[in-house]
Structures are given as structure tokens and as C-alpha cells.
Design a protein around this ligand. Structure first.
Ligand SMILES: Cc1cc2nc3c(=O)[nH]c(=O)nc-3n(C[C@H](O)[C@H](O)[C@H](O)COP(=O)(O)OP(=O)(O)OC[C@H]3O[C@@H](n4cnc5c(N)ncnc54)[C@H](O)[C@@H]3O)c2cc1C
Length: 394
């Protein structure tokens, strides 16, 4: 394998191209849009920038946000002061920064759409809007709307959700997360440089219904969408069974990022997994100990060990987290009440936000802290209702 074609120049493709070109492979990245404002919240977690510090240390405009307010109907709000900020980018800036890194590493960047990828005896022939290209190996990084049927994940409609929103020219310092009754998803308000990304994602809900729910929320909060730019896109959200059979690689190709369905099914975080899968795919491509025929299996095994087992478990949790009920309230309502009363529970939520608490060990941590959390809740209940002598009437 000498010539590599990376199809798609979002974060997954740009990072794979950077890694492969830096190792000396003849790498061509093709994308008909290159740097563009891909619909996205643009939130980069601590998990992502602690593993890939260039996501924090670069000249691209970004916001670092440390306050998050979570709300649900009838229980009000709880504020989290994040120990590690969420870094928020406009996707145009993030994509541009990452494509420049790929180019500096030696990748050839071509503004072209790939219409067809045809297997040949010793590689691939790509038909693109710029002509044809022969290559030995393909990295499919074409995102959630991948139209190349022979490459990437094969999902059913139940393995995706719709996400849409507005870029509103306004300012705010904190992040808002709003849960809604019977919605397997949430509304977010992310402050970016110069505007707010106000959006909603929800599984199994048609886009017009999501849009109406978002606009009702915006009206209630006094956020005007008149004149604001609308966005919408697919978000992979694989069910547990789909993770088991997910097609992430085959002879002569590997899929990275959304093209492989590699998104957290609970939070919708995809940027970390785009970079992580690009990193792992590059390691397998560059490995000299595996024969080409072994590489698809090696990549799948690496992904499994690294994060797929956790995300598949998360897919099972998602419904219970968003739609479950606990003592006559919804789980999100109970979460908000616990965040207000229990520092231990708040700390767990912080770690979920930072991406440092995985789903596999969530239950055991909850059980380990159960006594402490209940004790804190009872104390909070008692103290908030106790009139201390100094506060009473003189
Ligand atoms: C509304 C919304 C909000 C989100 N918010 C967040 C968030 O806050 N944080 C987070 O971590 N994740 C978020 N995500 C998920 C995140 O956007 C994706 O996981 C991430 O963009 C995946 O990167 P990627 O490189 O795999 O794909 P993409 O970013 O989609 O890039 C794919 C690229 O391939 C190109 N392409 C497609 N087909 C072809 C072709 N045939 N030929 C050539 N080029 C092609 C496209 O032009 C595009 O540039 C959000 C998603 C949505 C929809």
C-alpha cells in the first residue's frame, strides 16, 4: 500500500490524511466542500482535547465554556461548573484548521466529489468530479450522508436521528441543555464565537416535530430565530444490534467517523470518535506486521476494544436515560434534582460531560455512591427546610 485516497475532508478524513501523509504515504484527500459550516454544535470534550491537545492549542477561533445549565419541565434547572471546559468551534474553523494540518503533513488536497469507487484487481478506481484516480487503499470519511454504497456502515432508519437548529446572532456565557418529556434526545444552546448554536436532536421523531419543539423552547426563552440561519443533518445513533454487525472495513478500505456510524448514541458526540477512529485506522494501515488481508479484522478489533463495546452498551442505556421513570418522575427530572442536592452526583455528571466517565462503569459508580448520594440528598432536604436560629424573627 503506497497510494491512499481519503474520501471526505471532515475531521475524520483530515486527521487520517494527516497521520498517513506524515508517515510518508502518498495521500490524496478528496472533498467537494473542504472547509464548510457542517451542521454541528461544534463541542469538543475534555476526552478529545486531552488525547489530541492540538484541538486546544491552535490559532483557530474557539470558545471555552465552563458553565452548563441543565433543565427539565417542572423541576427547574441545575448548574454544573465544569472542571474542564467544553471547547466550542464553528465547524468551518475546525475543518479548516485540520485540513491545513493535513496539507502541512504532505497530503494532497483536492476539491472534488467522489461519485463512484470501483474495486480493481490491485486497488480502486475513483470516478470524481475532477476525473479519475487510481489508488491502492480507500479511507471512507464521507460522513453520515455517505452515498457510496460499497463503503461504510449500512444502517437502517432506526440507527440514525435527525438533528437541526439555528445559528442565532446573540451572546451568552453558559451552555443550556433542556430535556423534554418523551424525547430521546435534548435541546442545546452552545455559545460560539459571535453566535449561538441552538439545536435539537431526537430519535424516532420527524424533523418538522423536532423543529416545532425547538421553536417553542426558543420562544419561551426569548431567543428569536427570525433571520437566523437554519441547519439540519443526520446523526448516526446505532442500536445495540447494529453495533454488533456494523460494517466498518472490508478488503481495501476502512470507514472512519460518521461514515462508520461511530457516534455516541446517548450524547451525539461524534468529533472525538471521528479523530479516534482516524487515528486507529491509520495505525492499522501503517502497521507492517499485518498482511493487507488481515487489516479489516485488525481495525474492527481495535475499535471494539477502544470504544465500540462502551458505545454499544450506551445504546442500550439511552432509552432508559431519556425515557425511563424513577419514583413518579422522568429520569432527567430526577437527575436534575440529584445534581442540586448531591455533590457526588454532580461530580459524576461533570465526568459524563467531560467524557471521562464511560457507560460500562456508570452503574457500578452509581451503586458505589448510592449511600453517599442519598445521604447528601436527605441532608440537603433537611437543611433547606431548617430555619436556622439566626435567620428566625428576632
Ligand atoms: C446538528 C449536529 C450537532 C452536532 N454536535 C456535535 C457536537 O457538539 N460535538 C460533537 O462531538 N459532535 C457533534 N455532532 C456530530 C459531528 O458533527 C460528527 O460526528 C462529525 O462531523 C463527524 O466527522 P466526519 O469527518 O466523520 O464527517 P463530516 O464532518 O460529516 O465530514 C464528511 C465530509 O465528507 C465530504 N463528503 C461526503 N461525501 C463525499 C463524496 N462522495 N466525495 C467527497 N467528499 C464527500 C463532506 O463534504 C464532508 O466534508 C453533531 C452532529 C449534528 C448533525
Amino acid at each position: 500500500m503506497k497510494r491512499i485516497a481519503v474520501l471526505g475532508g471532515g475531521p475524520a478524513g483530515a486527521f487520517a490524511a494527516e497521520r498517513l501523509a506524515a508517515a510518508g504515504l502518498e495521500t490524496t484527500l478528496l472533498d467537494d466542500r473542504l472547509a464548510w459550516e457542517k451542521p454541528c454544535g461544534g463541542g469538543v470534550t475534555y476526552k478529545a482535547y486531552s488525547r489530541y491537545p492540538f484541538l486546544l492549542r491552535n490559532d483557530a477561533p474557539k470558545r471555552l465554556v465552563t458553565q452548563t445549565v441543565l433543565s427539565a419541565p417542572r423541576v427547574g434547572a441545575a448548574t454544573l461548573s465544569l472542571r474542564q471546559p467544553l471547547v466550542i468551534y464553528s465547524r468551518y474553523d475546525l475543518n479548516r484548521m485540520m485540513l491545513e494540518r493535513a496539507e502541512r503533513a504532505g497530503a494532497r488536497i483536492e476539491k472534488a466529489r467522489v461519485h463512484e469507487a470501483t474495486r480493481t484487481s490491485d486497488g480502486w478506481r475513483l470516478t470524481t468530479s475532477g476525473g479519475t484516480l487510481e489508488t491502492d487503499f480507500c479511507i471512507a470519511a464521507t460522513g453520515a450522508r455517505n452515498a457510496l454504497r460499497n463503503l461504510g456502515t449500512q444502517w437502517t432508519p432506526s440507527d440514525t436521528m435527525y438533528a437541526l437548529g439555528y445559528y442565532v446572532p446573540a451572546e451568552q456565557e453558559h451552555i443550556d441543555i433542556q430535556f423534554l418529556p418523551a424525547l430521546e434526545g435534548y435541546i442545546w444552546v452552545f455559545p460560539r464565537c459571535g453566535d449561538l448554536s441552538v439545536g435539537i436532536c431526537g430519535k424516532g421523531v420527524p424533523a418538522p416535530v423536532l423543529r416545532a419543539q425547538l421553536e417553542a423552547f426558543m420562544e419561551e426563552r426569548g431567543i428569536s430565530w427570525k433571520g437566523a440561519e437554519f441547519y439540519g443533518h443526520l446523526l448516526p445513533s446505532l442500536e445495540t444490534s447494529a453495533w454488533r454487525n456494523n460494517r466498518v472495513a472490508g478488503q481495501g478500505w476502512m470507514a472512519v467517523g460518521d461514515a462508520g456510524g461511530l457516534v455516541d448514541p446517548v450524547t451525539g458526540e461524534g468529533l472525538y470518535y471521528a479523530l479516534r477512529s482516524a487515528d486507529l485506522a491509520s495505525q492499522v494501515v501503517l502497521s507492517e506486521t499485518q498482511a493487507p488481508a488481515e487489516k479489516p479484522r485488525a481495525y474492527r478489533a481495535l475499535l471494539m476494544r477502544d470504544f465500540i463495546v462502551d458505545l454499544a452498551f450506551g445504546a442500550g442505556l439511552a432509552k432508559r436515560l431519556f425515557l425511563g421513570r424513577l419514583l413518579f418522575r422522568s429520569v432527567p427530572q430526577r437527575m436534575i434534582q440529584l445534581m442540586r442536592s448531591s455533590p457526588r452526583f454532580s461530580s459524576l455528571m461533570q465526568d459524563l460531560f467531560a467524557g471521562t466517565q464511560n457507560y460500562l462503569t456508570l452503574k457500578s459508580r452509581l451503586l458505589r455512591n448510592l449511600h453517599g448520594t442519598l445521604l447528601e440528598t436527605v441532608l440537603d432536604f433537611l437543611l433547606s427546610r431548617t430555619v436556622l436560629p439566626s435567620e428566625g424573627p428576632l
